[in-house]
Design a protein around this ligand. Structure first.
Ligand code: ZN
Ligand code: ZN
Length: 286
């Protein structure tokens, strides 16, 4: 039903990302947007950076995303492309908590549209351990979801030996750790969760929920220029205090906007809240 209203309905898009991400993005884009996601078998996106560090990601995350999608447009000859990027590390405000930033881009060459949407996963499957042997970390590897969650193993220090990726069985993991520990100058192997989507079930799920959020936004056209992607661009503070009516730090309006033109329209909060708690008022509860 939704897809009939979608400004992108009936179009084909190239997904310029490997690692089985079409399983997370394809069904959602079809259902919400009426867009068919296609993949090219020989599309090598590792040239835009790998998680395991063999290829550095050139430029910013957004630049890498857009470069991937443009590469997809060129190779496929289609006029619609989607690409995905993830970045994992300490949370920017809480450095002891790991966080996963996922981004999706959609480029519509016909409309001159470059739309980017993101989400933050506060509990990604992202961890690493140093170990002499599998028995050192067997419990933790298991708790991280191994063997469905794959592992990467390399020497911890001082050896250019090859990285073992996508490990999903115990014998292989045990042998790789022993081998890497032997090759490392400190006698330790570095074991990490594989962050590629088809080896990281948690990541595949978070890409799917981001695809849903993105498709919902893209299904609405801008009332002025009709480009896909009419949605919340930013928020404005100033919700009135329920006692004295003074503006508070609480969100008053959600400003709807477009990815292409400057058209904006403030709308009242979508949750219907019209007054702020006086505890947050600068006058009633200083
Ligand atoms: Zn007040
Ligand atoms: Zn517009």
């Amino acid at each position: 039903m939704e897809s009939r209203k979608s400004p992108l309905a009936g179009r084909r898009a190239i997904l310029a990302s490997m690692h089985g991400k079409e399983r997370a993005i394809g069904p959602v884009f079809k259902e919400i947007l009426g867009v068919d996601i296609e993949v090219l078998g020989d599309l090598d996106t590792d040239q835009f950076g790998t998680f395991s560090g063999e290829v550095e990601r050139p430029g910013t995350m957004d630049e890498a995303l857009v470069a991937k999608a443009r590469h997809g447009l060129k190779i496929s000859g289609l006029d619609l492309a989607v690409a995905s990027e993830g970045s994992f590390g300490p949370h920017p405000q809480m450095p002891f908590i790991p966080a996963g930033l996922e981004k999706l881009v959609l480029i519509d060459a016909k409309a001159g549209l470059v739309a980017i949407e993101h989400s933050l996963d506060m509990s990604p499957c992202y961890a690493s351990w140093e170990a002499r042997s599998l028995s050192d970390i067997a419990d933790r590897v298991h708790a991280a979801g191994f063997p469905r969650q794959a592992m990467i193993v390399r020497p911890n220090a001082g050896s250019p030996a090859r990285v073992q990726k996508g490990i999903q069985d115990f014998e292989h993991l045990e042998a790789s750790i022993a081998q890497a520990a032997l090759a490392s100058s400190d006698g330790l192997a570095l074991v990490q969760t594989d962050m590629r989507a088809h080896f990281n079930p948690r990541r595949m799920k978070s890409i799917e929920s981001l695809a849903r959020k993105f498709a919902d936004r893209l299904s609405r056209a801008c009332p002025s220029c009709e480009a896909p992607g009419w949605g919340v661009k930013r928020t404005e503070r100033g919700l009135p205090c329920s006692w004295c009516g003074a503006p508070t730090e609480w969100v008053l309006n959600e400003v709807m906007g477009c990815f292409v033109c400057d058209n904006e329209r403030p709308e009242l909060r979508s949750d219907g809240l019209s007054e702020a708690d006086p505890a947050h008022c600068p006058y009633c509860n200083p």
